[in-house]
Design a protein around this ligand. Structure first.
Ligand code: UD1
Length: 377
């Protein structure tokens, strides 16, 4: 069975790595089994993220193979980025003729790849399907809805995602609850990450600092939003030491607006370049608090048992609030963010494992792919 995986951005890499590794293990175990399914894997990188710190480091940290095809599409408006991926991917799909295209997450590359394959009548599997924030101003929400609408196999990470898909009229037999492959990567790398010297190199003590990541357009693209981010960073760093690995988008906005200057004279606030997977995992695992607007970090902190404040009005991952360590804070209200952060800092938190977030989602996905391809497998 020819699988073609498409990745494009930082949060895609840790989702695809466990699936590719599980397919390799499947192949090794099926050597000599007559009539068994064997996977032939191709990895396509769209190039949506291209800086070493946003891409290559993750391939090294996660043990991902070199991409077979690098499309070099880069940055641009949503339409340009989506269209560039479609234009560059189509000839690759025509040439390689995969039996299934696997897309993960909700970024523009995910949507573009799913649409390109579906238009060529190539079946599509969507991993991390069915998440809904119900906020259509989020570009990712549109990407999720459209990707799920054209996908043939929809792999979900939580039960509420199944319900969302059923409510949108997607046939039950296409939906497979398999757990969370991002947690597979976390479990695979946790020990190795804890051996990294990142805390010492940043002068931090375990459980005595907060990690901040903020990069959503809704938080950093407007000047008011960016001012609130700066305000939060300054106020939080009066409560606890803060490390802020700055995403490329946020860095550009801070530099263009001149607001970065207001952050340079605070001894308890460290701005760093974007970190690799292992360093960031080490930093998160030993933090007292994480304050973020990311999607995946809400899930990782739940499993790590680290209090998480998500600076967003809604989340497509409600299980991290109901079962995990996550709390939402109003992005338009700095006082609310500080109050929620204060409560999170004061509360006890312990690791939680939503159903099937057990480190074996990749294997379940591969088994499901094999039996989709050959029901006797
Ligand atoms: C994208 C995803 C978002 C995800 C995030 C993770 C979409 C719509 N958004 O947002 O869901 O949470 O990735 O990081 O797909 N840039 C660089 N170097 C890079 C990549 C980007 O400097 O390697 C800069 C460029 O100025 C670019 C900007 O970052 O214009 C934004 O990049 P883009 O891929 O458009 O969106 P992200 O904000 O990264």
């Amino acid at each position: 069975m020819r699988l073609l995986h498409v990745v494009g951005t930082r949060p895609n890499f840790m989702k695809v790595a466990p699936i590719m590794a599980a397919a390799e293990r499947w192949n090794r175990e099926s050597v000599g089994v007559p009539g068994g399914v064997v996977f032939e894997q191709t990895l396509v990188h769209t190039g949506q993220h291209y800086d070493r710190a946003m891409s290559e480091v993750f391939f090294e940290d996660l043990g991902l193979p070199e991409p077979t095809h690098f499309l070099n599409t880069g940055s641009g408006s949503h339409a340009c980025q989506t269209a560039s991926v479609m234009i560059a991917l189509e000839p690759v799909l025509l040439e390689t003729q995969p039996d299934l295209v696997v897309v993960v997450g909700d970024v523009n590359s995910t949507l573009a790849a799913a649409l390109t394959a579906a238009k060529l009548q190539i079946p599509v599997a969507h991993v991390e399907s069915g998440l809904r924030s119900r906020d259509r101003t989020m570009p990712e929400e549109l990407n999720r809805i459209v990707t799920d609408a054209v996908a043939d196999l929809l792999f979900t990470t939580c039960r509420d995602a199944d319900e969302n898909l059923l409510a949108e009229g997607i046939a039950a037999e296409k939906i497979l609850f398999v757990g969370n492959p991002m947690i597979d990567s976390l479990e695979m790398c946790r020990q190795k990450a804890l051996g990294r010297p990142i805390l010492a190199s940043l002068g931090l003590q375990s459980h005595e600092y907060a990690v901040v990541t903020l990069h959503r357009p809704s938080n950093v693209d407007s000047e008011e939003g960016l001012r609130r981010v700066v305000d939060v960073l300054q106020r939080l760093s009066h409560m606890i030491s803060v490390v802020f690995p700055v995403h490329a988008r946020t860095r550009r906005r801070l530099d263009d607006s001149g607001l970065a200057a207001g952050l340079s004279d605070c001894a308890t606030l460290r701005l760093t370049e974007p970190l690799g997977y292992l360093d960031f995992l080490a930093l998160m695992a030993q933090a007292r608090l994480v304050l973020t607007d990311s999607g995946g970090i809400q899930e990782e902190t739940t499993v790590l048992g680290v209090p998480c404040v998500t600076v967003r009005k809604s989340t497509e991952r409600p299980v991290t609030v109901t079962e995990g360590t996550n709390r939402l804070a109003d992005p338009d209200d700095v006082d609310d963010i500080m109050q929620v952060a204060g409560r999170a800092l004061g509360a006890a938190a312990s690791p939680s494992r939503p159903e099937l977030w057990d480190g074996h989602a990749g294997e379940r996905i591969v088994r499901a792919l094999a039996s989709w391809w050959d029901p006797r497998a």
